[in-house]
Write a protein that binds this ligand. Structure first.
Ligand code: SF4
Ligand code: SF4
Length: 463
């Protein structure tokens, strides 16, 4: 066969293979799944009707019907997708789906979520129908009418729970992933939703035990401390908890377990990223440039929040004599730029475009401080059995923090990166069992294990 005959045949067969892969991916949606998707779609439609006003007229009816259909459809979808399938993590079609590979569906979703965040922060009046729909539940567990933050907390928790079930089914053969996911679901439902609500029901301050300074920049601010002191014994107890979590528990727990104890097991931001954000983890930027930007940005935010807190204390000590209102406006800008725009609008709104950990990677001051501890004073590391690596790249592809795990594995070098949240997905998707998350002695944490082929010994029988 001449070169001229071969080339068209080769390219045609290549196109056929590509099409068959694409159609394989699209066949993942079976008729049963279409029914489940229809249930979710109907639930979303009812949510839309509630939003345009019906939620104010018939809150309970629209709450039960829309949330019920979305929950049932979502869980049935996850069960049908993974139950009964052979062991192993399936990411079939993830590089072809519009939702998971920056197609039109992903962009539309990003715009809708971003729009929701903008309305939530600055134009809650446009969410009135949805907020009123939450009144029955809010009265039941908080003893008062709903506001936009209760709506947000509820939808956030629902997303973590439904997508958490999906995650558990997908990774059900991996004990670490199952336990870790139960943990984030537990902390989100209990500590970030129910406990603060019950505290309000008891006429106590709304308090989030799983958020502390610097992530919750309010805690440790003088106005917050003074406010809680005025609440008496319970207020003092909550201040003590906050101080202990920031200055004692964080360094100790990070020394023993790395930043994973918080970022992948407790934190609500991490919880949403690990569950609802799981289909987008491969979209994280793995480039060296992104790594450089990440280090500058995240540490700048930490410096920013530290200076802001110190300024507020200085101003409070001088009773506003020198700084006037400057420190308060500094804090206001921090709240607008970092807490609202970055963590909410960009951090979650851009999941389908930039991956699930944009906030954790580029903006979270808590991740920055935990990362510093992890890098320099922790027992946590990922060990690599470099000789077993086949360079498939699965680990790097699915690292949500953009770490080029394969590069470490190829060198046989332990991974000690401040950004690693210890999610363990790299180890879970590795077909050769190369990677292992470990807590061990700090000595030789960054060791490179010499590869057998590099020292010229290729015969396995000698080992
Ligand atoms: S290196 Fe592995 S454990 Fe660390 S963040 Fe990436 S995927 Fe998760
Ligand atoms: S997934 Fe495992 S085998 Fe593949 S490149 Fe990573 S460490 Fe190597």
């Amino acid at each position: 066969m001449s070169e001229f005959q071969f080339k068209p045949d080769f390219y045609n067969s290549k196109a056929d293979i590509s099409m068959s892969v694409v159609s394989d991916a699209s066949q993942v949606i079976s008729p049963a799944q279409k029914i489940n998707l229809a249930l979710i779609g109907l639930g979303l439609l009812l949510l839309l009707i509630a939003w345009v006003g019906a939620g104010t007229l018939q809150p309970l009816v629209f709450f039960l019907s829309s949330i019920g259909l979305i929950s049932i459809g979502g869980i049935r979808f996850a069960l049908a997708q993974y139950k009964g399938r052979p062991e192993g993590i399936k990411n079939t079609g993830v590089m072809f789906g519009g939702m998971t590979h920056r197609g039109a569906a992903a962009w539309i979703t990003a715009v809708v979520i971003t729009g929701f965040y903008v309305a939530l922060y600055w134009y809650p009046q446009y969410l009135e129908g949805l907020i009123r729909m939450m009144d029955p539940l809010s009265h039941l567990i908080r003893g008062q009418a709903a506001n936009q933050w209760f709506l947000y907390g509820f939808l956030y928790t629902l997303a973590v729970l439904i997508m958490g079930v999906k995650f558990i089914l997908k990774y059900r053969h991996n004990r670490y992933q199952v336990i870790r996911t139960f943990s984030v679901m537990f902390f989100q439902l209990g500590f970030a939703f129910l406990i603060p609500a019950f505290m309000m029901l008891m006429n106590q301050p709304e308090f989030y035990f799983t958020y502390f300074w610097p992530l919750d920049s309010y805690k440790l601010r003088p106005d917050w401390i003074n406010n809680f002191i005025s609440k008496g014994g319970l207020g003092l107890f909550l201040i003590t908890i906050s101080v202990i979590m920031t200055f004692i528990a964080t360094p100790i727990l990070t020394y023993f377990f790395g930043k994973r104890w918080y970022c992948s097991w407790v934190c609500g931001c991490g919880g949403l990223a690990e569950t609802a954000g799981d289909p987008y983890r491969h979209l994280s930027d793995k480039s060296l440039k992104a790594w450089k930007i990440e280090r500058w940005m995240i540490h700048s935010v930490l410096v920013f929040v530290t200076i802001m807190t110190l300024l507020l204390w200085a101003n409070s000590a001088m009773q506003g004599g020198i700084l006037g209102t400057a420190s308060a406006s500094f804090a206001k800008w921090y709240g607008f730029l970092i807490a609202s725009m970055f963590s909410g609008v960009v951090g979650v709104g851009f999941y389908p475009i930039m991956g699930s950990r944009v906030w954790c990677r580029f903006g979270c001051p808590q991740a920055a401080i935990l990362g510093i501890f992890q890098k320099f004073f922790s027992r946590f590391r990922i060990t690599t059995n470099g000789g077993q690596c086949i360079s498939c790249g699965n680990c790097s592809t699915y690292c949500e923090m953009g770490i080029d795990v394969r590069a470490y594995a190829q060198k046989g070098q332990n991974i000690v990166r401040s950004s690693c949240v210890g999610c363990g997905i790299c180890a879970a998707v590795c077909p050769r069992g190369v990677l292992k998350l470990e807590n061990g002695p700090t000595k030789d944490r960054t060791v490179i294990h010499v590869r057998r082929d590099e020292v010229g010994i290729l015969d396995d029988s000698v080992f």
